[in-house]
Design a protein. Structure first.
Length: 236
């Protein structure tokens, strides 16, 4: 079993419990903890320098978010991917983010348009130079801005329930050693198409392009999952 990575928390601003949750969540999303890996309270306590109670509470929260699952006689493990779940949640994601893009194109002000342009530019530049971490952060920021700038009272809360899993899968897809050589350019083209439609205030095209990009992301994950022997048992 891989050793528990050293995790850091700032121990200020947000309540300590939330910082512990954030540190473990980010470690899962970024792939420091891989699907199927066991998480032990003792190692997390030592790594984070906090009480076991705080770690236990954080793990309960992450279980409710679908990032970990508790196995009898084994304890918490990072949830493995399954084709059924990818198909289901990416279909939901495509609809919700598509609606966010439509609403953004219709309602976004100049400030949010500028911020989205910056995020798209940064993500595309990172893709072009092969900076996987930068591309991941840029793409996450792009979609965060897309949702927050949609001015929808309901979409942010609805997408929040999927966000951690989506980011985990996106990180796995973008850093996987067997990633398709054509996928980075597809992602660049997808971002450009979404941004172009939004800039032109073409709400229907923005929604369609966002849904298409979600479908391409799901297809790549399905392909990668099919090539991973340890996940064969998860497929149905």
């Amino acid at each position: 079993m891989p050793a528990t990575p050293l995790l850091e928390i700032a121990k200020h601003a947000a309540p300590l419990r939330q910082q512990v949750e954030h540190a473990i969540r980010e470690a899962i999303i970024k792939g420091q903890f891989r699907p199927g890996q066991r998480l032990t309270e003792r190692e997390l306590t030592l790594s984070l320098g906090v009480s076991r109670t705080l770690v236990r509470e954080a793990l309960r929260q992450l279980e409710s978010e679908g990032l970990i699952t508790v196995i009898p006689n084994r304890g918490p493990i990072v949830r493995e991917l399954s084709t059924d779940e990818i198909e289901d949640l990416y279909a939901i994601r495509a609809v919700l983010e598509g609606l966010a893009a439509r609403s953004f194109a219709e309602k976004a002000d100049a400030k949010n348009l500028h911020l989205l342009d910056q995020a798209a530019t940064e993500a595309i530049k990172a893709y072009e130079i092969g900076d996987a971490v930068g591309a991941l952060e840029g793409k996450n920021r792009f979609y965060d801005l897309l949702v927050s700038g949609s001015r929808s009272p309901s979409l942010p809360a609805m997408l929040a329930t999927l966000q951690s899993r989506i980011r985990q899968w996106r990180a796995i897809g973008m850093t996987h050693p067997q990633r398709s050589s054509t996928r980075p350019q597809e992602a660049i083209d997808g971002l450009k198409t979404i941004w172009s439609a939004i800039r032109n205030r073409d709400a229907a095209a923005a929604e369609a392009a966002t849904r298409d990009e979600a479908r391409r992301g799901a297809a790549e994950l399905m392909r990668l999952l099919a090539q991973t022997p340890e996940n064969v048992s998860a497929r149905r």
